[in-house]
Design a protein around this ligand. Structure first.
Ligand SMILES: C[S@@+](CC[C@H](N)C(=O)[O-])C[C@H]1O[C@@H](n2cnc3c(N)ncnc32)[C@H](O)[C@@H]1O
Length: 508
């Protein structure tokens, strides 16, 4: 099964458009306690309870107080969901929703499951897609007239259905969704600045929050404000949009066998992620349902996992709100931001060359424990190139871009040492930012008097500490490799110099 397609995909939503954005994990038992404390103390920044007076067809329930979703580990709502799904055509399952160590609730094997077995078989009548029927059809018609793309449409649909309470056919599903999905969408700007200052994920989170806010503002301006009786502020507001986008980021599935269509697939979305598992959800034409094929055997009582895709810890935190335990994610990566110095004599020429290939003077490249991409080295060559190299600027910029098929494996032996030193310097300055945060984190936020706030801070800080520790680990490894390579180059040069001196003396 093609990986990119089957992941529970995330998307950045630059106002009404969607750009896929890949994702992975494993054992995160240690978060469980934090989450439990966090929830038990009742913190919820998103108290999405609305009591709105809306007079649309079929809307008496909208006038009642509606609570959206449930506590993340609520089994009561989950078993009602399971029962409802069975009544609506979900075939008998070899798994059941249970409380689990990794991921709060998950699907646990009831019987022996073989490797290579197909599971789930969720029929299309149970998917939520952009074509699903609206309990309030007038609202659906309006969005249809405005050609709202899938993501904002589904976000609005979820809110609309949630506000319809028991009149919605999805009531059981929505009641079992988490009231507050744990993604970075729910972090405030000051929390992002405080806890994720060292990590590039902070920028991604800010961008995502801005995209969600921009999408909501756009919908409000163009549609909601024109039809206030269909889309009242009390129901369709930024808080509820953050909730619905949080649900989409953490649960929406892209189905490659249905031309990459996106859908919420109840039941399938109770599966948690593992980095060591290599199986994804997809639509199976022969059985006409969403399935996945196990890549290992499970015994009764064991939690069954899928993969959300090959994602770094930062990407998992961004969309899913968890960080795998250190060293367990082989796809983990950290973004290193390289920049051309303003004082560079060829700053303008280099900038122009980069812009030609869709890059900028400040560019991020992913480092992994196993190494760095060729594009990063090409960028470093450009950054350290003297003016005499200006004929090669374009070639370097092209190789630094992943948008071209030009030769990437550039070799400029005379520039190599400077290029590696440039990457090392950037890497070390990034390491020191992480060290500063990790050292300060021990004493951070102990002064909070409000216990609910304290729990939230402890929880978010722990996530940030775990993320920063894993990202710093990759940087340390990169630092080690760079230092070794530089030492080899320098000792090779030294040898050559000694040899040259020896020859000189001989000829004298
Ligand atoms: C598709 S849902 C899976 C079902 C979810 N556990 C539930 O109870 O609704 C994705 C969410 O599950 C949790 N999750 C999934 N895999 C996890 C893992 N390996 N460790 C911790 N949490 C995980 C995260 O909260 C994530 O946002």
């Amino acid at each position: 099964m093609a990986e990119a397609s089957v992941i529970l995909k995330s998307t950045s939503i630059p106002s009404f458009s969607q750009g896929p954005n890949p994702f992975t994990h494993r054992n995160t038992t240690h978060y469980h306690n934090f989450r439990t404390v966090f929830k038990k103390n009742g913190y919820s920044s998103l108290n999405v309870c609305c009591s709105s007076s809306v007079s649309t067809t079929n809307d008496t329930t909208r006038t009642q107080k509606v609570s959206w979703g449930c506590d993340i580990d609520s089994l009561e709502n989950a078993s009602a969901l399971q029962q409802w799904l069975m009544n609506k055509g979900l075939p008998p399952q070899k798994m059941a929703i249970q409380r689990v160590d990794v991921g709060e609730r998950g699907l646990v094997a009831l019987k022996n499951i073989r490797k290579g077995e197909k599971l789930l078989f969720v029929p299309p009548s149970l998917f939520i897609t952009a074509d699903s029927e609206w309990t309030c059809p007038e609202a659906g018609e309006v969005l249809g007239r405005y050609n709202v793309p899938d993501w904002p449409l589904l976000a609005t649909y979820l809110i609309s259905e949630a506000s319809c309470g028991t009149s919605s056919r999805w009531n059981n599903y929505i009641s079992a969704l988490p009231r507050q999905p744990y993604s970075l969408l729910y972090w405030t700007r000051s929390e992002l600045d405080r806890y994720l200052e060292a990590s590039q994920i902070r920028e991604r989170a800010i961008e995502r929050i801005n995209n969600v806010t921009g999408t909501y503002n756009d919908l409000k301006l163009r549609i909601f404000s024109r039809y206030p009786s269909l889309f009242p502020d009390e129901v369709f507001n930024i808080e509820t949009f953050k909730w619905s986008f949080g649900i989409l980021f953490s649960r929406l599935v892209r189905l490659p066998s249905l031309e990459g269509r996106v859908a919420l697939v109840p039941w399938a979305d109770m599966l948690n992620h593992s980095c060591v598992v290599d199986t994804f959800l997809d639509y199976d034409r022969s059985s006409q349902g969403v399935v996945f094929t196990t890549d290992r055997a499970y015994q009764p009582g064991e939690q069954v996992f899928i993969s959300y895709g090959k994602k770094s810890n930062g990407e998992l935190l961004l969309s899913y709100g968890f960080v795998p335990r250190e060293g367990t994610n082989p796809r983990d990566a950290v973004e290193l931001s390289l920049s051309i110095k303003k004082s560079d004599k060829c700053y303008k020429e280099k900038m122009e060359a980069l812009e030609k290939y869709g890059l900028s003077v400040s560019q991020c490249f992913p480092l992994q424990i196993s190494g760095w991409p060729l594009e990063l080295m090409a960028y470093a060559y450009l950054a350290v190139s003297p003016p005499s190299r200006n004929k090669q600027f374009e070639e370097m910029a092209a190789a630094a871009s992943n948008k071209t098929i030009s030769k990437k494996d550039l070799s400029y032996p005379e520039l190599e040492e400077n290029a590696l030193q440039f990457i090392l310097d950037t890497c070390e300055s990034s390491i020191s930012k992480y060290s500063k945060f990790l050292q300060a984190s021990g004493s951070m936020d102990l002064d909070v008097t409000n216990p609910k706030l304290l729990n939230r801070k402890v929880f978010l800080k722990q996530l940030a500490v775990d993320l920063c520790t894993s990202e710093q680990r990759i940087l340390f490894r990169t630092q080690y490799i760079l230092r070794r390579r530089l030492r080899d180059i320098r000792s090779g040069e030294l040898k050559a110099l000694r040899l040259f001196d020896g020859f000189k003396r001989l000829f004298k």
